[in-house]
Design a protein around this ligand. Sequence first.
Ligand SMILES: *Cc1c(COP(=O)(O)O)cnc(C)c1O
Length: 363
Amino acid sequence: MSNPVYNFCAGPAALPVPVMEQAQREFLNWKGTGVSVMEISHRSSQYQELANKAESDLRSLMGIGDEHAVLFMHGGASLQFANIPMCLLGEGKEAEYIQNGMWSGKASQEAARYGSVNLIDAMHIGMDGIRSLVSESEWNRTENPSYTHFTPNETIEGIRYNWLPKSTGPIIADMSSCILSEEINVNDYDMIYAGAQKNIGPAGMTIVIIKKSLMEQMDFSHVPKVFNYSVQSAQGSMVNTPPTYTWYLASLVFEWLLENGGVKEMNKRALERAEKLYGCIDQDDFYTNPIEVSCRSLMNIPFILKDDSLNAKFLKLAEENGLSGLKGHRSVGGMRASAYNSMPIEGVIALTEFMQEFKRTHG
Ligand SMILES: *Cc1c(COP(=O)(O)O)cnc(C)c1O
């Protein structure tokens, strides 16, 4: 067999190899049905069983209790950007959006189409270009907001909260790029959502974990039925045909996570990967990560080369060495290594060895 390719793409992202292999084995004949899982009714008893198992596996992985409903919704995180204010941004009220990067900014722009938004700029850029998070005590807060929205891990900038903001209103978190990578107390959140295509499965589905009491505060009178959290919850996320194949792959990822020690173990692996990669970047100024150490992401690790003109060569040689998806986001430039739960430490070792060799030959 040829050497493996390690895929560092930010999203859609690499899935665990054993999950892909199982999906491949079952592709034409799922559980002895003689047909593919994507060819059967979402209302069939076999699919219902899969759907229920996926939910209970996710509940045990994250410690989700009865206070929260778990929904498997259509669309990506961006759909939730609009869905949340559409249901929750009450008239005469204001929502708080804590901005620490591109996605939280986009979420706030969508909310501003529905009502009043207090945009709190929580990203500080120092004279040296190093980005950090502004401490909560300096935020200009809203008294009793409709809700407070924040993004624990900003995928593009690679900046992460290591604390949970407080609010006098409901707390809503976009965890698209960090869900299932570190242990959290779900009861601290009124709503968590995450597009599937980073840490859960292929694109096309969004996990929504929502407090039942929050759904009761929402106004669904003008909301399309498929976007109505209460109706979706009552109907097992099957108001209409759900993205069945993505849901299936997510169910395999949840099983893989449970077999591999769950979120606690994923966090341990993420810390090992991050230590290795940041350690390599920080050796000298050939590579730089522009994020203050305490808020560095464990999942998305951007780095720039001292000599920008070497970018194309770095990427080309990396690709030739089986390291793909390293090009940085167009707004940031440089490189970005996204290492989600599926990334084995061997991938990060291969990347750091390549980076050392590139530095030796181009430094
Ligand atoms: C990728 C990402 C999004 C956008 O997801 P879509 O499914 O493309 O809408 C939003 N928020 C965060 C934090 C992301 O990483």
